[in-house]
Unconditional design. Structure first.
Length: 151
């Protein structure tokens, strides 16, 4: 069975009340519920993880390749670690699971320090600025990618 991991970085657990004018009103639970329904419809297994800690995110990605059930794709919003974490980049390169980088806001239309991502050049694709819809589009793209690879 195909398996996709949806991973959220720091402060995404407080979506809903966190700067709603930037990040919208949907909570992370709403986003995850929608993704699970979509994945279930396609008979794809989905797993969900959020952490505010860089070390926990690294440990989670490392665990994915030790798991008996392989993970075929990752949808990842690295949040603020987008702009700072060479360590997480190294982990994603090491585990070598294809991923799409998602941002709710358009990071290129915001402060200059958000314009650079440590992930974009190693991602299959990047979706930024489409709000919660971006996660759904990422899931569709992930399914398309896996079908095209015959997974
Ligand atoms: C974010 C954008 C980042 O710059 C920010 O630090 C976040 C969320 C987004 O989804 O728009 O926490 O990744």
């Amino acid at each position: 069975m195909k398996k996709i991991a949806i991973v959220h970085g720091p402060n995404l657990n407080i979506l809903g009340w966190r700067e709603p004018e930037i990040y919208g009103h949907q909570t992370m639970e709403h986003i995850n519920t929608k993704l699970k329904i979509m994945a279930d419809e396609k008979q794809v297994k989905s797993t969900f993880f959020q952490s505010n800690s860089e070390g926990e995110l690294i440990a989670y990605f490392q665990m994915l390749i030790q798991d008996a059930e392989p993970t075929h794709f990752i949808i990842f919003n690295p949040a603020a670690f987008t702009h700072s974490s060479i360590a997480l980049r190294d982990t994603l390169q090491a585990v070598s699971i294809p991923f799409i980088e998602v941002h709710l806001s358009n990071i290129h239309a915001r402060e200059v320090f958000r314009h650079h991502s440590y992930f974009s050049d190693i991602a299959q694709g990047v979706i930024s600025g489409l709000g919660a819809l971006g996660y759904e589009l990422a899931l569709l793209a992930a399914l398309h990618y896996l079908n095209s690879k015959g997974v």
